[in-house]
Design a protein around this ligand. Structure first.
Ligand code: HEM
Length: 430
């Protein structure tokens, strides 16, 4: 908010008194009058939608915690019987929280894709972008730990597979895993640790979101043209223009959210998770939630465990280094047809990776005392598809993006973000 001059005038004696001690009303008024580019489209409403999602997760989560039993003996029943059946509207609170996580990720993926498409990670918004990346990593950690809490089969075995990955790191791996488990395997102490962190992290996310919005208000919003605001003529005050637009988008989002919660509440749930965790029975097909599937596919595409873990971390790391990889001065892909094409191909490969991650591992299956056991995962068409997609995923960031930044012939960029707006309104009606 550095360049934005405050227009707030305290009206009463009390407001003047408060303003000279804690200018909180001035701060809120400045947020509302913040000059915002006049050409923001609906892709720019996802920030507000995400803030709404975070609020829903925190409120419903606090209510769930009131009825949740954190012991490994009571966790499953406290969810399945107490929350789902005995607590008034417990089923609704849980439905909102569990499906809310999926809605949150849907919104965050669209928010990130929007950021990449319009080049919002480029100067002067790199810190804003990195804070967003930190939020994303925190969201994944929170969701992963939350998934363990119902203490069903998928909770338990998902936790086992993912925490075991840390053991792949030489020297420190074993110690870190033991610390995280609170013992020598996933068990009661692990559940307690995950509950504690799952309660804490959303508040850390809220803190980072505050920094994210602060970092947004220093340079101001980017916009679909990627052309920076040049003066008053390019902006409108945030309120009422974008408060109303954001509220409308949130309402549409709520309708979709409600449709999921009321009509298909189990759509994202794995049936196995309605069976209590049993360390002696391994489910044949352990899968994470849909929003983590592409990373799971990258992990499984690489036969060596440590390399797989590094590739998984690297895939997320690509987002962090994106501002260094793309040095092209033109921000928006509206004027970068080649970058746009490779970006859409990248999205397609991410979806393919998601599909690969959801597939059952094929290989040699032998009967075991507690059901079928896969002894050799083998190499099959899904693995190869995942490998090709992984290769494109990394090539997009490490080869295609830097090369395009240097060589692409961009389309003419308008001299002001206002020009395309005027051109549209001046165009004859069809
Ligand atoms: C809890 C999660 C998040 C919340 C509540 C949030 C909130 C917001 C809000 C309110 C805005 C301004 C409105 C808009 O542009 O949509 C914004 C902008 C932005 N966010 Fe986020 N965000 C979150 C996660 C992320 C993530 C994960 C990333 C990227 C990895 C990210 C990157 C950005 C960028 C680059 C902008 C500037 C967009 C532009 O001006 O073109 N955000 N965010």
């Amino acid at each position: 908010m550095s360049e934005h001059q405050s227009t707030y005038e305290p009206k009463s004696a009390f407001e003047r008194w408060l303003d000279s001690r804690l200018p909180i009303v001035r701060f809120s008024a400045d947020l509302m009058s913040f000059p915002t580019p006049r050409n923001l489209n609906y892709w720019y409403t996802f920030g507000g939608i995400l803030a709404f999602c975070l609020m829903v997760q925190i409120i419903t989560g606090i209510v769930l915690a009131m009825h949740y039993d954190t012991s490994s003996h009571g966790a499953f029943m406290s969810v399945q019987r107490e929350i789902m059946r005995d607590v008034n509207f417990g089923w609704l609170i849980r439905g909102l929280h569990a499906n809310g996580a999926s809605m949150f990720f849907l919104a965050v993926y669209l928010h990130i894709l929007r950021g990449i498409y319009y080049g919002s990670y480029k100067a002067p918004r790199e810190v804003l972008w990195w804070l967003g990346c930190v939020i994303y990593v925190l969201m994944m950690a929170t969701a992963f730990m939350g998934y363990v809490l119902p203490w069903g089969q998928m909770s338990f075995w998902g936790a086992k597979v993912i925490t075991n990955l840390l053991g792949a790191f030489p020297v420190v791996g074993g110690t870190i895993t033991t610390l995280l488990w609170g013992g020598f395997s996933v068990g009661g102490p692990t559940l307690n640790r995950f509950f504690s962190l799952h309660y804490l992290l959303p508040f850390v996310i809220a803190g980072v979101v505050a920094l994210h919005i602060w970092a947004l208000h220093v340079p101001g919003n980017n916009n679909p043209t990627g052309v920076e605001v040049k003066g008053k003529q390019d902006t409108v005050p945030f309120h009422p223009y974008y408060t109303v637009k954001d509220l409308f988008a949130i309402m549409v989002f709520v309708i979709l959210f409600a449709a999921v919660v009321f009509f298909i509440p189990d759509a994202f749930e794995k049936v196995d998770n309605n069976i209590e965790a049993n360390p002696l029975v391994t489910p044949p097909h352990i899968v994470p939630e849909w929003y983590l599937l592409p990373f799971y596919a990258i992990l499984r595409a690489i036969p060596d465990k440590l390399s797989g873990v590094l590739a998984l971390a690297g895939a997320i790391g690509m987002l962090f280094i994106l501002p260094f990889l793309d040095q092209n001065k033109v921000k928006s892909m509206r004027y970068r047809p080649a970058a746009r094409l490779y970006f859409f191909i990248w999205i397609a490969f991410c979806l393919i990776l998601g599909w690969c991650g959801s597939q059952e591992p094929q290989g040699t299956v032998i009967p075991g005392p507690a059901g079928p056991v896969i002894i050799d995962y083998g190499i099959n068409s899904v693995t190869w598809l995942a490998r090709v997609s992984t290769a494109y995923y990394f090539a997009y960031f490490l080869i295609i993006t830097p090369l395009l930044a240097m060589t692409e012939k961009t389309l003419p960029v308008p001299d002001s973000l206002f020009t395309p707006v005027l051109a549209k309104s001046a165009a004859p009606a069809e």
